[in-house]
Design a protein around this ligand. Sequence first.
Ligand SMILES: N[C@@H](CCC(=O)N[C@@H](CS)C(=O)NCC(=O)O)C(=O)O
Length: 208
Amino acid sequence: MPTLRLYDLEPSPNNIKVRLALGYKGIPFERVAVQGNDRGAVLAATGQPLTPAMEHGHAKLFDSHAILRYLDATFLGTGPRLYSEARETMRAIEGWEHHVQVLQPAIGIVFGEFFAARADPERCRDASDRLHAATERIERTLADADWLVGNAPTAADFVCAPFAYYGCLSEAEAARDRVRQFFRQHLELGPGRERTRAWVGRCLAFDR
Ligand SMILES: N[C@@H](CCC(=O)N[C@@H](CS)C(=O)NCC(=O)O)C(=O)O
């Protein structure tokens, strides 16, 4: 198998999704660190500037969900599945992939504040309220399950967890960089999300 090269903007939730999938499946990879303002390498490799992106032999991919599908189909015999043989399970996972659109805006607002070097309390409160509302479905699903679909992790968990993660950063996580520090101070998942917090921990354990 050729080396799998991941163009990775470390703190980005879309990039975390891919690292969780790689960690869960136990796929070795070479990480090419992308900085926020230097997109030369990823642009040259894939013809577009966004991360995550990857190269694997002749295959070049961008978009986190496209990458997850590629990994699952290409490394079918390596580690556990991200998707499923069962139609119904596929539909359920796709439903959670759509739910990313509901989770993302809260994180987008706070990233916007971080890059603008301000922290408008009203905007941050709005982001926290949005994240709280967007995780209600997750909390409810986890009432009688450890994972969002079935009894093992799937792509559903790995695409959603990185967004909830930014609302419940521990002090130790926040100490990793300025972005995480800012999120710990300005985004709050809120009360009644104990199961979501524990699930975030289970998912993020695959980021290694
Ligand atoms: N739909 C894409 C979104 C990719 C994306 O927006 N990546 C962000 C990081 S999370 C990025 O590279 N942004 C750089 C920019 O907008 O200049 C995915 O899921 O991978």
